[in-house]
Write a protein that binds this ligand. Sequence first.
Ligand code: PLP
Length: 400
Amino acid sequence: MIPALMPTYNRADLAFERGEGAWLWTADGRRYLDFGAGIATSSLGHGHPHLTKVIAEQAAKVMHVSNLYRVPQAEQLAARHVAASFADSVFFCNSGAEANEGMVKAVRKYHAENGHPERFHMICFEGAFHGRTLGMLSATGNEKYLAGFGPPVQGFDHVPFGNMNAVRDAIGPQTAGIMIEPVQGEGGVRPADLRFLRELRAVCDEFGLLLALDEVQTGMGRSGKLWAHQWAGIEPDVMSSAKGIGGGFPLGAILAKEKVAKHLKPGTHGTTYGGGPLACAAGNAVLDVVLAPGFLDQVDRVARVLWRGLLDLAQKHPAVIAGVQGAGLLLGLKLRPEVNNGEMQGACVAEGLLTVAAGMNVLRLAPPLIITEAEVEQALALLDRACLRMTPSQAQVAAK
Ligand SMILES: *Cc1c(COP(=O)(O)O)cnc(C)c1O
């Protein structure tokens, strides 16, 4: 019989009762070090005193009023994001897919309002992940996710990640913009070359295209800068954010330059829940922490400790780990073809460490941004033991 909870996930048989910082506890008292952060989302860890206090206080005052009225928490959060980024204006929504849908709508609207409604195609990349709505499945372009859901939505052209010649070849009279993750998350924690990002900016300027960045996973400090594109020294025209922006409370956002945002006039785009008092109070609390002096420097420092430790592990376990990739606190262990990332994830759970699998046989490490150096060292020790479990000779011994 089908479970009451629709079985769209292969869930681990673990249920967490409470969390504190980077740690989670099951009801029977087992403790796990969380290097998944609810898929790079619980940016401040679990039970963060400032975030939980702000949410509790706001919930008791007023939770939802709709966008028929002014929402001071949203006005404040938008102003802070504008002050801290390339953007001139911000639209709040509830998830990454919803932010990306709105971002693509904004790009199409920009060209339509400038007399080119035929320019509605986005150039997207192989290995991308942009969400699960009908539109974003098509932007994602992964056959596996599209299967059975009818014809893809028109207007998403895919080229190999990092291939500038292919990008240029794909530009035509219908092209509206280029949509890319600075680091492909779900697709395998694959960073774009900073030079490639700069070349995309240049080609957009050359052809009058909009550069639309999906920073749903890479943003809000995860890379060690507030937004990952800052490492390349470029600015997008429009950008999506979600995951870490609410610290675990559902919140998404479209950040845009004025030339893009000004066409989304009243009635052109909307959401019932988006930008409500509760979600935006959470977003403000996250910003309080992430923008505090020294916080991002500390993320960068800890990330480099993790990176170096992972390189050491790769050297120690060449039969398990083929390489280390990613940026900041979004890192991936590329595993040998003989070692399955799902099984490696299981070995980590057995050692008390939570990780997330990603595409291309990568094990993703995305701890909360508040992770300490001591906790990174603990995670490295647990990973070391998980690698021993996965070393092929050991596995063969175990199988006999
Ligand atoms: C998770 C993710 C999405 C989808 O976000 P949801 O909140 O699950 O809709 C989109 N883009 C990227 C890069 C993501 O990592």
